[in-house]
Each structure stands twice: as C-alpha cells, then as structure tokens.
Design a binder for this molecule. Structure first.
Ligand code: GTP
Ligand code: MG
Length: 151
C-alpha cells in the first residue's frame, strides 16, 4: 500500500491535539510506520513548502511551520494520500466540513494545525526530506484482514 507524510504543525502540538489527530488516522485503519517530533529550522520549513515560495503568505508560512515542535509521521494504507487529505479537510478550515480534522479543530488558514502530502510524488519527496531510510519501519499486522477485503 502507499504511504503519505503527515505533520502536526506547531499550533496542533501546542494545543495538545497530537493524540486526537493520531487517533483519527488509527481509527480509520491506517498504519503508522514512522513518527518523530522535532523543531524545524526555517530552512527545513522553506524546503518543505518550496512549491509555494512565490505566494504572498510564504514568509509567514515558514515562520509558522518553524515556530515550534512538529510531529512528523508516515502513514500507510490503501489510497492513504487522497483519503488522508479527506480526513484533514480543506486548506481553509472555514470551508472544511465538520467531521474533518480542520473542520472540527481549527478556524484560520494560517493556523490549520496539520499538513498532508497532496500527491504520491510529493509524499515520496516529503518522506525523503523528513525521514532517514532506517526511520521508517515495515511491519505486518494481523488486523489487516479485518480492514481490507483482500491485500
Ligand atoms: P498543507 O497540507 O499544509 O500543505 O496544506 P494544503 O495542501 O491544504 O494547502 P497548500 O499546500 O496550498 O498551503 C500550505 C499551507 O500554507 C496551508 O496549509 C496553510 O497553512 C498555508 N496557506 C495556504 N494558503 C494560505 C493563505 O491564503 N493565507 C495564509 N496565511 N496561509 C495560507
Ligand atoms: Mg499542501
């Protein structure tokens, strides 16, 4: 199955929403295969959001993402890139439906608590940026036959 990069941004960590967010991905049935907490440098944040460097909010975004502790995760599962984005909601929390992470837990686009890769290509790039090869694990779970009809 595919993998995606999910990060709980500094506001999410500060607001003690780590358990809540991990719980939602776990309960869905996705498998956590990588996790760590770190305080990104502005350089790391700028690299992560490299595709947005021409945007007027870029400097603020880099400041925001490097302002505190970020929980970096790799989640695995069927269509986890697309479905993970659905669990997260829209970029703007005001447009995110209740039931989604942003729809339930935050208010403003500049404090939207979580990041999720937007494609399998960016997922691969972001996993490589934030994790070393030995930091992402691989394990079989006997639960999977209850989550998937066939593997
Ligand atoms: P990520 O999962 O964090 O990548 O968000 P996204 O894919 O839903 O949106 P996008 O990649 O376009 O933007 C990245 C992040 O920049 C957003 O999550 C916001 O934190 C921030 N951002 C996007 N648009 C705006 C904006 O118009 N104003 C501000 N202040 N921040 C924005
Ligand atoms: Mg994005």
């Amino acid at each position: 199955y595919e993998r995606t990069f999910i990060a709980i941004k500094p506001d999410g960590t500060e607001r003690r929403l780590v358990g809540e967010i991990i719980g939602r991905f776990e309960k869905k049935g996705f498998k956590l295969v990588g996790i760590k907490i770190l305080h990104p440098t502005p350089e790391q944040a700028a690299k992560h959001y490299d595709d947005l460097k021409s945007k007027p909010f870029f400097d603020g975004l880099v400041k925001y993402f490097s302002s505190g502790a970020v929980v970096c995760m790799v989640w695995e599962g069927k269509d986890v890139v697309k479905t993970g984005r659905k669990l997260i909601g829209e970029t703007n929390p005001a447009l995110s439906v209740p039931g989604s992470i942003r729809g339930d837990l935050c208010i403003e686009v500049g404090r939207n608590i979580i990041h999720g890769s937007d494609s399998t290509q960016s997922a691969n790039d972001e996993i490589t940026l934030w994790f070393g090869e030995t930091e992402v694990t691989n394990y079989e779970s006997p639960l999977e036959k209850f989550i998937y009809e066939r593997k």
